[in-house]
Design a binder for this molecule. Structure first.
Ligand SMILES: *Cc1c(COP(=O)(O)O)cnc(C)c1O
Length: 431
């Protein structure tokens, strides 16, 4: 316990052979008993899982669940709460919906907005795009091919959603700063439709905080250009929209109030455990038409006055996965959230200063949010890989290389209020 508090381990992967050599086959006819199975897990298997909430885990987008949210996850996991329908889970759904309302209000969506906690941003984006296309099909029945527009910097889940939906992705070139502007989107959309008059763009996805560099698209401009063309405006804020609660950066998100749908993952930067994506629709009745499953055994649930979370994404059975987030928000209050968010933003600014002042490093982009991306002068891809492997092997930190414009880079994604300026300095000292 003391070790966990004062010097928490990062741990790291092992090969299947190494793990087999240590635990063998754990599935037996007679069973191992709870104590033995737990021992295998805590003493061996857990050590082969990286601690994603470690203050020096700065790869990808880390996770930083609060103590309240982790504790309440135990409650959710052990009490067989069903979160698919109001009939079965009214109290849980009520609480989840209040947490969604907080986000919706921060974004400036109308009171009629609403949605659901889905598994993750990938499912959230797909669910929103499916609703967008159902809506477009109702209005435009004769369309040869459906197209979703997004920036060349958008997350891979948009391409994945388009593939699932058999839709075409129209890549809008980002400007020199990596931003998709309203003008670029409008020009690109108009040119595409001139060349492909039987196609229709049913949605445009703006990213509010790209995964690699944390860049925010021109939400107001893209939203307006979409409105003019009767195109659904979806904002993918899986990482970045969490910062809506920080007054210092709130203006960067102006225009988000135009969104027809948006997502943000509380498991990324809102201090909740895996896995939860807040998916919110301006007009949830459209999503309900798109997603409600109909069957003789389900029709009893169809009361128009009841909110059934199953009706708002691609899922049926669901745990009330928004509850750990709700509990943490309810217990700590929204001021604490704003302060914790600002703490991570401040550490990111400090990290950028340290990078700027480091003789061998080059900052790639002024951080808008909490991602700090940089290059090590004179290094090739193999040097980055070697450094990253050693950093983990030495249990100093977990920072994997990424790429930007075809060149290897390093990036710190700072979402953990326990990540300190000293953590950053210690990692930079190894470069
Ligand atoms: C992480 C991320 C996603 C995907 O979210 P998952 O929860 O990993 O499915 C989508 N969009 C953006 C911008 C992201 O950063």
């Amino acid at each position: 316990m003391k070790r966990l508090q004062e010097n928490p381990p990062l741990d790291g992967p092992q090969t299947p052979e190494e793990l087999y050599a240590k635990v063998g086959n754990t599935i037996t006819v007679d069973g191992l008993g709870g104590h033995e199975a737990l021992k295998l897990f805590t003493e061996t298997l857990a050590l082969a899982c990286i601690s994603t909430d470690h203050p020096r885990y700065l790869s990808f987008i880390p996770s930083a669940p609060s103590e309240h949210s982790n504790l309440f996850d135990l409650v959710v996991g052990s009490s067989a709460l069903y979160g698919g329908s109001w009939l079965e889970g009214a109290g849980a759904v009520f609480a989840e919906n209040q947490a969604l309302r907080w986000i919706s209000d921060l974004a400036g969506l109308p009171q009629s907005a609403g949605g659901v906690f889905a598994q993750g941003g990938t499912i959230g984006n797909l669910s929103a795009l499916v609703a967008a296309r159902v809506h477009a099909r109702e209005k435009y029945p004769d369309v040869a091919r459906w197209v979703v527009a997004c920036s060349s910097e958008s997350h891979s889940s948009i391409q994945s959603a388009a593939d699932i939906m058999d839709a075409i992705v129209l890549n809008v070139p980002a400007d020199a700063n990596g931003v998709m502007t309203g003008a670029n989107f409008g020009a690109c959309a108009d040119a595409y439709l001139l060349a492909n008059p039987t196609h229709r763009i049913f949605a445009v996805v703006a990213t509010a905080g790209t995964t690699n560099l944390g860049i925010i698209d021109d939400l107001d401009g893209v939203g307006l250009a979409a409105l003019k063309r009767d195109i659904w405006f979806h904002v993918d804020g899986a990482y970045g929209l969490a910062a809506l609660c920080a007054p210092s950066v709130r203006p960067l998100f102006n225009g988000v109030e135009r969104a027809d749908s948006l997502i943000v993952d509380p498991h990324k930067w809102l201090f909740a455990p895996f896995d939860a994506c807040a998916l919110i629709y301006r007009d949830p009745t459209i999503a309900k038409r798109a997603h409600t499953q109909h069957a003789s055994y389900l029709d009893t649930l169809e009361d128009p006055n009841e909110w059934n979370p199953s009706d708002y994404a691609i899922h049926l059975t669901r745990r009330p996965r928004g509850l750990p987030f709700w509990f943490s928000l309810a217990a700590n209050g929204t001021r604490e959230y704003a302060e914790a968010m600002q703490q991570t933003l401040d550490v990111a600014q400090h990290a950028a200063d340290l990078v700027r002042n480091h003789a061998d490093l080059e900052l790639i982009h002024e951080p808008q949010l909490s991602i700090v991306a940089f290059k090590r002068k004179g290094w090739a891809a193999a040097d980055y890989e070697r450094w990253s492997d050693k950093l983990l092997a030495d249990q100093i930190g977990f920072v994997v290389p990424s790429a930007h414009k075809g060149e290897p880079i390093l990036r710190f994604a700072i979402v953990n209020p326990w990540t300190t300026e000293k953590d950053i300095a210690d990692i930079l000292a190894t470069l």
